[in-house]
Write a protein that binds this ligand. Sequence first.
Ligand code: SF4
Length: 204
Amino acid sequence: MPYKFTFDLSRIPRFFFTEIARLGYEKKMHKKAGDTMYRMLRKFKVQEATGLNLTDAIVLLEDLVEMQARNLIERENFTKTKKRALFLPHCSRKYMDNRCKATFDSETPSYKCAHCSPDCLINRAVSYAEKKGYDVYVLPGGSCVPKILKGKRYEGVVGVACGEEIRLSGDLLKSMNVAGQAVPLIRNGCANTAFNLETLVNVL
Ligand code: SF4
């Protein structure tokens, strides 16, 4: 289930995500992270940059911190896995209409990128991950994840999505004993969503 609000963190300094990583670590260490979250919202002017109200900004930040904490907890298990998949959101394609030359496999279900645009985020992520040996799925929605996982029996999965979807998928991965790593969207919505490619490369 996606967020009921939209956000765009692309104008917030990259240092914000370093702080998220630190908070995630603190959370993993069971330290109190709540006060720091409020300070971060003010420090990075998250509400001003995104237009989010305080409640939504906190939900977003909490999910990002939770995601980071899970990444840290799962990292060691993940690095030991061999059979891996990458799940990417179809809404990060450069085009959402017929200018995108990807084919859709309704059986899987997933788009197969045709690499039509060198500057397409999905194209670059797919190319990099496939070279590293990942099976890559460009998903029309998070509801496709259980079907793929049940059929393919991956040991490790990297998912790019908004915090809420990653939290739900994280529970599923745990129940299936699959080691997961997550990369957050820095801009959500129905189209033109974005993630940081450098972050993804580091996770892969
Ligand atoms: S590079 Fe791939 S995902 Fe991007 S627009 Fe072209 S076919 Fe679609």
